[in-house]
Ligand binder design. Sequence first.
Ligand code: MIC
Ligand code: SF4
Length: 647
Amino acid sequence: MRLNIVQRIIKTHLLEGEMKAGEIVGIKIDQTLTQDATGTMAYLEFEAMNIPEIKTELSVSYVDHNTSQTGFENADDHKYLQTIAEKYGIYYSRAGNGICHQIHLERFGLPGKTLLGSDSHTPTCGGIGMMAIGAGGLDVACVLAGLPFYFAFPKVLKVNLTGKLPQWVSSKDIILYLLELLSTKGNVDWVIEYDGRAIKTLSVPERATITNMGAELGVVSSIFPSDEITYTFLKAQGREQGWTELKAESDAEYDRIIDIDLSTLEPRLATPHSPGNINLVKNLQGTKVDQVCVGSCTNSSYKDLMAVVRMVKGRRLPSNVSFAVAPGSKQVLRMLSDNGALTDLIDFGARIMESACGFCIGNGLAPATDSVSIRTNNRNFRGRSGTLSANVYLASPETAAACAITGVITDPRNLGIEPPEISIPEKFYIDDKMIIPPDRRKKDLKIYRGPNIGNPPISEPLTQDLIGEVAIKVGDKISTDHIMPAGIRLKYRSNIPKYAEFVFESVDSTFPERCLANKRQGKASFIIAGLSYGQGSSREHAAICPAYLGVKAVIAKSIERIHWANLINFGVIPLIFADVTDYDKIKQSDELSLLGIDRAVKENNTFVIRNLSKDTDFAVKLNLSEREREILLTGGLLNLIGKKAKG
Ligand code: MIC
Ligand code: SF4
């Protein structure tokens, strides 16, 4: 078998399993990253494993999500994270240093290595030739403890890029086009490998924009080869010694190939309320714009921001538009400051935001009621911006800047100005002062635990039968933002009982109370869902908090990969309708009986659920690996690890 890049990396990291489609493989992870919103729980889980120091080559704990510090919670969490990093040998990137994916690309990522991150956009580092995967915090904790990372051996889609991007069309438009082609659902267990003559025309930050939004396609990862472009980027970051060439063997096999001629692409937008609702900018021209935000891990590189600066320089922001810019890292901010670009932005009327996730996660800059916001980030799920009625569109930095200049949705090709040509600097400004390196003399350090820090969740082994109520019935493409809101609720990430009060807040805020009522009566709660349940983020809270409320199973038409793993890790059974038309026959508040569910999990059988309210039956499938069955029977991964440690 002639190996493609994905298979080559898996082969050199394979610890368990066979490299066959659909088989579960366990691979060695070289590097991990966590961010503060998922990191506190991940490290609480790691602490529960009683391992004296991390077993990875390199691990970094970033603080970039909860930096608003309204109240003591965020600041306390950061102190917890800092002491954990010092004690266990982890790099700590302080608040203000920038967004985890941008910094990891700049300062740590290496071609050919594996990276697991407790954030769904971890595949950003695929732009530098890493096999980078997003996962729940507990999966990252396991890897820190030296365990393999398990996943289904993926199918590989080769995206063959030819031609050259026309003027005003950027790499964001390539990934928006792919989202139009492949949609946000149905791509579980695929990895995308980019190749073709045109990859030479794309710099590492442009490649990273593409791999970043692979998360929106729902693929496991996305990767570019490591070539002279990668070398040039690493050299400009003073890290060329880490470069290795990475390419597919000649005549490597792929499960599917898509050809894209870049010269045929046009500027695109993801329209409300899904990154998969794609339209051409030219079709929406003239729509009044209230807010434009440039930043996020998708488009906040030096190149992205310089393109914006060149476009807005010397102009004046229309009075109907609020314009915010969040540089992706201190490095980017410093370089904009050094070359005067920051002054140009300020003169134009930009609001300069902290180098952090900020508006992308609904931390500030919530748009006005019913308003239109054009953003360069990757997600526009309803309500994620902090305003339920806002209409958020996702666009390239060039399109966003064109909208900020005119105050209406504008195809940048119609601005009548010369397109900015920005190349990667020969040398980036390097200053890692905001990254605290591990110090092994601090092994005995006392961990700081503020009152916001709770305990890792505990769950019970699976019982023989489950009887309970359909606590909610939701439709297709329910994201983890719908299940577990971020924004102003982010500060409760380390406090499960409190955070659980907000499960499904934007969908049905009575859900937690009804689940707790079921729990008090000794009844289970169930979630019924349509296609692609659990899209979007890796936040394991979307499994932990429902589990805390007494949700025992999710019965869906399909479930996305990271959320599937998170449900199992916390003892919630993922069940798939054998016949999707049965979805229509169930109502919220129906009573369901799952007699002998423990046995079905053991045997991985198709299982029949009785709808007691309707006096009918319907079948569900259990597509569980052996390891997943063991986890569910023990009541979650932490229980299983504890049991194995006791022997
Ligand atoms: C996101 O973009 O949704 C987040 C916030 O970065 C999440 C992680 C989280 O919820 O903490 C993600 O993408 O995994
Ligand atoms: Fe942060 Fe937004 Fe990127 Fe998530 S998608 S890591 S919230 S910038």
